[in-house]
Write a protein that binds this ligand. Sequence first.
Ligand code: DGP
Length: 116
Amino acid sequence: MADDCLFCKIANGDFNTDFVYENDEVVAFRDLNPQAPTHVLVIPRQHIATLNEIDAENSVIIGKMYIAAKEIAASEGLAERGYRAVMNCNADAGQSVFHIHLHLVGGKPMGWPPWP
Ligand code: DGP
């Protein structure tokens, strides 16, 4: 757990956040500022600041985050109609919380590309 990391504190239960999914390594909760009818953040309990810090040693957690995302998508009724699970990295991508997270979004048709 990193000092002064909001998502470490959320994963630790400091704010009594409702988790839509949790296991020993991953937790997921609804985004404070949803951009779609379903907008869930999937995070590792382990503190990793950005995708740039992923390496051979810690990379297994990325697959576990995607397993969580597809299970949540199924429970939200999105598996067949479709959804997106994306991670922003650093300023140009708009990352604002420096603890990696997948944005699982769905429940409406989405355009591609997602940038203006
Ligand atoms: P990003 O910009 O990719 O770093 O996404 C961070 C997301 O985190 C953003 O969509 C808003 C969300 N968020 C920030 N603070 C909180 C919080 O305290 N609770 C919840 N549920 N979501 C938060």
